[in-house]
Design a binder for this molecule. Structure first.
Ligand code: 8ID
Ligand code: ZN
Length: 342
């Protein structure tokens, strides 16, 4: 039996256990990947804390922004070969046969399995991927820099598409963390004008660095929605909420222009009141958006390969995972943390 170092969640209340565990064996359609880098997503923190109604079952290894190289393949694998550069993803696999898979909505497949949640993820030196669903990483790109694209990138790219905006329109990015700072960049690359909201000045500075024209600090403003309405000449055409705080959600709805659409992406385990009168009279759309399909992933990676997206990230060792989670919880991370698995 060969072993590897991995960060294991043993309970929702304890620190992760960085320890030696068995290297998994690839089954049919699966490939074994030597992980080089893995981004740390706030979803991993929600998973480790058991924040959501559908909880993962400890012990498990989080991580769904892993980038590495295929070192072995199981039976019936045709899409990848040993030596190929691939990643894992939140959409680890789907059934391929249900009404959602059949209609281009595999992200809604009720039989999907999620990386770092139902299947062990990328917070370890090796991981399994489903060869039919894993993102393919082109040659020549930095494995550390591409890691945040595999969840943060695809999620905000899809969420921005779902705002139903067009070039020249205003888009609000609420929450400029790992997802949000990349959302600013996709929005600019897609020709949108960006307004950004956060509760931390350094996050707003990062948003401006990446092209946001308007920034509002929600912790300093009496009415961030009204301020955004004024600064964008009548409201934003679309909004993407990545904030991990329920208060940001009605603020984003309140910042919409008439006819606007908000894509909800952040997942604080909370709810928020939706004002029926303004939603109806102003013809607003409020929708959820969850990661992206394999096609969205390939498109998101292509923006990155063409140099349109430049994630801000810090490389740290896997041994730092508990400190990284504590900093994330306190909102002290600029951009993304990417862990080096070597
Ligand atoms: O597919 C999806 N829907 C998807 C995919 C990936 C991640 C959803 N997520 C979810 C995560 O589970 C998490 O709930 O998106 C959320 C954001 O993930 P992240 O970007 O990885 O988290 P972060 O780096 O900690 O950034 C959070 C940002 O929110 C700001 C913080 O300052 C930070 O910049 N924020 C907070 I906390 N309160 C805010 C507020 N009231 C706020 N920004 C604006 N207003
Ligand atoms: Zn994620």
């Amino acid at each position: 039996m060969s072993t590897m170092k991995a960060a294991v969640v043993r309970s929702f209340t304890d620190d992760l256990d960085v320890t030696e565990i068995e290297v998994p064996t690839p089954g049919p359609y699966e490939a074994l990947v030597r992980v080089e880098y893995s981004g740390v997503c706030h979803t991993d923190l929600h998973a480790a804390h058991g924040d959501w109604p559908v909880k993962p079952t400890p012990p498990f290894v989080p991580g769904h922004e892993g980038a590495g190289t295929v070192v072995a393949i199981g039976d019936r694998v045709t899409r990848v070969a040993e030596g190929d550069r691939v990643g894992n993803a939140w959409l680890w696999s789907a059934c391929g046969e249900c009404e959602y898979c059949e209609t281009g909505w595999e992200t809604l497949c009720p039989n999907q399995r999620n990386g770092g949640y139902a299947v062990d993820g990328s917070f370890g030196q090796y991981m399994l991927v489903d060869s039919r669903y894993c993102p393919i990483i082109p040659d020549g790109v930095s494995m550390a820099a591409v890691a945040p694209i595999l969840c943060a990138g695809v999620t905000v790219y899809k969420g921005l598409k779902r705002t139903d905006t067009k070039p020249g329109d205003w888009v609000l990015v609420s929450g400029v963390g790992g997802l949000g700072h990349i959302a600013v960049q996709y929005a600019i690359a897609m020709g949108r004008r960006v307004a950004a909201v956060d509760v931390d000045e350094s996050k707003l500075a990062l948003a401006r660095k990446h092209g946001a024209e308007v920034t509002v600090n929600a912790s300093m403003s009496d009415d961030p929605a009204a301020e955004l309405q004024g600064l964008t000449g009548g409201g934003v055409h679309g909004a993407l909420v990545t904030a991990v705080n329920g208060h940001a959600f009605p603020q984003a709805v309140g910042a919409l222009r008439r006819g606007g659409t908000v894509s909800l992406v952040g997942l604080p385990p909370e709810s928020f009141p939706l004002d029926i009168f303004t939603t109806v009279l102003f013809g607003l759309t409020v929708r959820g958006s969850i990661v992206g399909t394999r096609k969205d992933m390939a498109e998101a990676i292509d923006f990155f390969v063409r140099g349109k997206i430049d994630p801000t990230y810090t490389v740290r060792p896997l041994d730092d995972i508990n400190a990284i989670f504590a900093e994330m919880q306190a909102g002290r991370i600029d951009g993304r943390v990417v862990m080096d698995m070597s």
